[in-house]
Design a protein around this ligand. Structure first.
Ligand SMILES: Nc1ncnc2c1ncn2[C@@H]1O[C@H](COP(=O)(O)OP(=O)(O)OP(=O)(O)O)[C@@H](O)[C@H]1O
Ligand SMILES: [Mg+2]
Length: 248
């Protein structure tokens, strides 16, 4: 099977940090599926994603996205990949429509198509009625939904989402998860992180459990559950591999 993402022996120590954030991270995620990157706080999920989208440079190791090397081809990668960042990345003083128009313009999407796409996604994400309100007045769920639209305007074949459902209510979450399933059914690949393991179990075919800057285990969820006797669900599996000590 073709992999959308291949990561081998990545290491990263931030200049001001005492410890390595990534200590030889190995991961691979197949094309055409929804995969989960799971791990406790500080495990290295966001650092890994930041390297994949070219925001952070690894100290050593290799990462390939859609067959391209992140160290050399980050512009081409970003043309085919949508990134939904953990922190909402929108201008609070602009309206949703203005934010999306600005981002669509950065991707050189022609004006007429840009407007059609923005209208389509605002409707699909339930934001049409509030499209002309400043984002600073939005609820957490509305900001997250708008943040996702911003990553979709250039129709990426790979969508990477860092905790897209953090802090959102059940209605927004259900909408977001339904959309991700729909986007995957259209042939696109999705990698997402979440601390909500029930949600990940419902959504993902494969998961990687990472901790301390390394991948502990990675496989099809059903196969992983079978490997450990007495495990009934992803939460039990996660605790089995990551233990119960508190993190940062
Ligand atoms: N810019 C930075 N400078 C210094 N240390 C950093 C920086 N970014 C991350 N770290 C450290 O790297 C480690 C991994 O952080 P990272 O944000 O990748 O974890 P995470 O798995 O995304 O956690 P969370 O679930 O809390 O989002 C942590 O110890 C964090 O404090
Ligand atoms: Mg993170």
């Amino acid at each position: 099977m073709d992999n959308a993402i291949e990561i081998s022996a990545l290491t990263k120590k931030f200049p001001n940090a005492e410890f390595y954030s990534l200590q030889g991270m190995n991961l691979s995620f197949p094309k055409g599926q929804i995969s989960g990157l799971l791990g406790p706080n500080g495990a290295g999920k966001t650092t890994t994603i930041s390297i994949l989208c070219g925001l952070v440079k690894a100290d050593s190791g290799q990462a390939r996205v859609l067959g391209m090397d992140v160290a050399r081809d980050s512009t081409s990668i970003l043309g085919k990949t949508g990134i939904v960042t953990q922190q909402v990345a929108l201008y609070p003083l602009l309206t949703a429509r203005e934010n999306l128009n600005y981002i669509g313009n950065l991707y050189n999407i022609p004006k007429k198509i840009r407007k059609e796409k923005i209208d389509f996604f605002l409707e699909r994400f339930g934001l049409t009625a509030n499209a002309d309100k400043q984002v600073r007045h939005y609820s957490g769920g509305m900001k997250r939904r708008c943040n996702i639209i911003a990553s979709l305007l250039h129709e990426p074949e790979l969508l990477i989402l860092d905790e897209p459902t953090a802090g959102v209510d059940i209605h927004s979450r259900t909408m977001i998860l339904d959309f991700l399933q729909e986007y995957n059914a259209a042939g696109n690949t999705i990698l997402y992180t979440s601390h909500l393991l029930e949600e990940a179990e419902r959504l993902c075919k494969n998961v990687a459990i990472v901790d301390g800057g390394k991948c502990i285990v990675q496989d099809n969820i059903e196969a992983l559950k079978k490997q450990v006797p007495g495990i009934n669900n992803l939460e039990e599996l996660f605790l089995h591999y990551t233990g119960r000590s508190l993190r940062e």
